[in-house]
Design a protein around this ligand. Structure first.
Ligand code: NFS
Ligand code: SF4
Length: 656
């Protein structure tokens, strides 16, 4: 390295397993990963970074500068920033719609008998979903009910009339629907709204930033709708998660097994691979292995963790690294959050990258054209590719960091309610509201979202989680945030001993005591609620808390935090959290700061209208203060109003 040149810092992670692999790789001077590419990418463009670069028409790019305060067409900075933002929301919603639509297609095929390897695994969930949607459940066969539920989902995806979308109307408190009516952001349907947003942001259409943002929030509600549909349909097809016990981080790789990482988002494929892998022990043994071991990366990893207890290999940012251990035989990917960079790394490590979806390919990779009609056969094809790779890697150097942590996961809302019901069978959620009312808990926080190299990998999530634990906040987590917690040992009972404050410890102890005959192990510090799509499970918890207190969501001491947000999906999720009344911390400042107006709407005006608002804060210590302040304010108000309501014998929601 030449003198004076800035030292390359590619150690932007606190995960010891990732660090071990990075350091060894650096020493050998070999393979480039995201950690190096991030360094090489600096400095990044500040126009893009602040949202003031417009490439919507072919006259662009137009950038807002002191010299040119408007685009060539005359678009102000606020229009450009707002357009870019809501296109990101639309992109995130499009990705979730893609995921959930695929679940919908699969269930339609199940119904028509065209997907023989799948069946309705959880008919109780089917009944619950149908009941919630207001469908007649009594005396109905599964198939009849499923058809009715799917028709409803198709309608929410595509109807062009103005009546409310069922998945929105039946899953949020009525006060929320009134706000959406008042602000004119009731969506017609998921697909129409995505199309509307793309139309509204075409060159020369909507120039009004507030109007644009409201269209973006409408789109984010569609994100919520299709995510909820995705979770409900996945539960119907594969079962509603219950507590599972496993491990996380690179130490789960077993050099004597055929190791397969499932990576991406869609449980249709990963569930099948996990099932088939269990049945292919003999084939693996014939190749000299002890068996086939599946492990998960990113959100499809969370899907099979939640339902099958499959170990967590790693989360988004470190997805390239496990291959460098020399013991990964295949990485099977479907859609979303898959770095194309995995291919180059795989070439050095004998790992086979297998793409499986027609619209998600990586040049030079194996492609197994996955289909619901032949799911098991296709999954076998994938596992066979891994077995072949296992044979080829014999004699290669293997070096697996000995890092792994115990994990308890599987906390669907149903599973959480089940745990709570051991204390209060009639009103399980009251166990939480009572604990907040008494001051034992300060509130509830959801950790969601990705990793982002703008901050140190895993550091923001883990720092904030530990601090909130100390401050007696009940925590739930999804996605790659839950992945950080899993890898670094926060998803187990030992973490409660290490990090929980007195109130949180007492709260969890009470639950442990009441469930001691039911749960195999004591409860973890943080409840893993699933993949990113399952953020709707966490919002269902918010709704349940609101109903229990009998208030609208903006009064509930519940905060969402995406400390390391990265993707467009994170932008759309954050936006619906705000629209649905939740204070939402984002640990990476999004591309809106180029317009004080748009930034101000996100940070302040949103609260006046929707009750939720954003908090941008990259410093994890300061984020903790802001999150606690948001929880305390709401908990304090609740208490005052509760006392007043009791004193005057009025309803809690009256006059608030
Ligand atoms: Ni959600 Fe982020 Fe991707 Fe999952 Fe992970 S990066 S927005 S958490 S895997 S979707
Ligand atoms: Fe420039 Fe306007 Fe075209 Fe955007 S839409 S690239 S601001 S001319």
């Amino acid at each position: 390295m030449s003198e004076g040149k800035k030292k390359v810092d590619n150690r932007r992670t606190i995960d010891p397993a990732a660090l071990a692999v990075i350091d060894k790789n650096t020493a050998n001077g070999q393979i480039e990963t995201a950690y190096e590419r991030y360094v090489n990418m600096q400095p990044q463009c500040n126009f893009g970074r602040t949202g003031v670069c417009c490439r919507i028409c072919l006259q662009g790019p137009c950038r807002i500068t002191k010299k040119s305060s408007k685009g060539i067409c005359g678009a102000h900075g606020y229009t450009i920033v707002a357009r870019n933002l809501i296109r990101a929301i639309s992109g995130g919603t499009g990705a979730h719609a893609d995921h959930s639509r695929h679940m919908l297609y699969a269930l339609m095929e199940v119904l028509e008998g065209k997907a023989p390897d799948y069946s309705v695994e959880d008919s109780e969930k089917l009944k619950r979903v149908a009941g919630k949607l207001g469908l007649e459940v009594e005396g109905k066969e599964d198939n009849e009910l499923l058809e009715a539920v799917l028709q409803q989902a198709i309608s929410d995806f595509s109807k062009v009339t103005t009546e409310p979308c069922k998945w929105l109307e039946t899953n949020v408190v009525p006060e929320r629907m009134e706000v959406f009516d008042r602000c004119n952001i009731q969506p017609r349907s998921v697909h129409t709204t995505i199309a509307e947003t793309m139309g509204a942001t075409h060159m020369g259409v909507d120039a009004d930033p507030v109007n644009l943002i409201f269209q973006g929030l409408k789109t984010s509600l569609c994100d919520y709708i299709c995510m909820h549909i995705g979770t409900d349909l996945s539960d119907i097809l594969f079962g509603t998660p219950k507590p599972v016990y496993t491990e996380a981080n690179f130490g789960v790789i077993d050099p004597e097994m055929v190791n397969i990482a499932v990576h991406g988002h869609n449980p249709l494929l990963s569930e099948m691979i996990v099932r088939v892998a269990r049945d292919m022990k003999e084939e693996a043994e014939a190749a000299g292995a002890k068996g086939v071991k599946c492990m998960g990366i990113c959100c499809t990893g969370n899907e099979v963790l939640m339902r099958q207890g499959v170990p967590v290999l790693t989360n988004f940012l470190s997805q390239e690294l496990p291959m460098m251990t020399g013991a990964m035989d295949a990485m099977v990917v479907d859609v979303q959050c898959i770095m194309p960079g995995v291919k180059a790394v795989s070439e050095c490590s004998n790992t086979r990258i297998v793409t499986t979806m027609a619209h998600s390919k990586i040049p030079g990779s194996y492609h197994v054209d996955f289909s619901e009609e032949h799911a098991v056969a296709k999954a076998r094809e994938v596992v066979n590719l891994a077995i072949e790779a296992y044979k080829e890697r014999q004699g290669n150097e293997i070096d697996i960091p000995d890092v792994k942590n115990k994990v308890t996961a599987g906390f669907s809302l149903e599973a959480i309610e089940d745990v709570l019901s051991a204390v209060n069978a009639d009103e399980p959620i009251k166990v939480i509201t009572d604990a907040v009312d008494s001051g034992q808990l300060r509130g509830v926080a959801l950790f969601a979202g990705c990793n982002n190299l703008r901050v140190t990998h895993d550091n923001s999530q883990i720092t904030i989680m530990k601090e909130l634990a100390k401050n007696n906040v009940l925590m739930v987590a999804t996605g790659c945030a839950a992945g950080s917690a899993a890898k670094l040992g926060l998803l187990n009972a030992e973490a409660v001993e290490k990090y929980a404050g007195e109130g949180l410890k007492e709260f969890l102890d009470t639950l442990n005591e009441a469930n001691k005959d039911k749960l195999k192990e004591k409860l973890p510090l943080i409840f893993h609620m699933g993949s990113c799509v399952d953020n709707t499970r966490a919002y269902d918890l918010t709704t349940a808390l609101a109903r229990q207190w009998d208030v609208d969501v903006p009064k509930v001491p519940f905060v969402a935090s995406a400390p390391e947000a990265m993707s467009e999906k994170a932008v759309s999720i954050g936006s619906w959290c705000v629209t649905l009344g939740v204070p939402t911390h984002v640990g990476v400042v999004p591309e809106v700061t180029g317009s004080a107006l748009v930034d101000g709407v996100a940070l302040q005006i949103a609260e006046d209208v929707y009750g939720g608002y954003f908090m941008w804060e990259e410093d994890p210590e300061k984020a903790v203060e802001k999150i606690l302040a948001a929880l305390d304010e709401r908990a304090w108000k609740l208490k005052v109003h509760k006392q007043t309501a009791e004193k005057y014998e009025t309803e809690l929601s009256t006059g608030w």
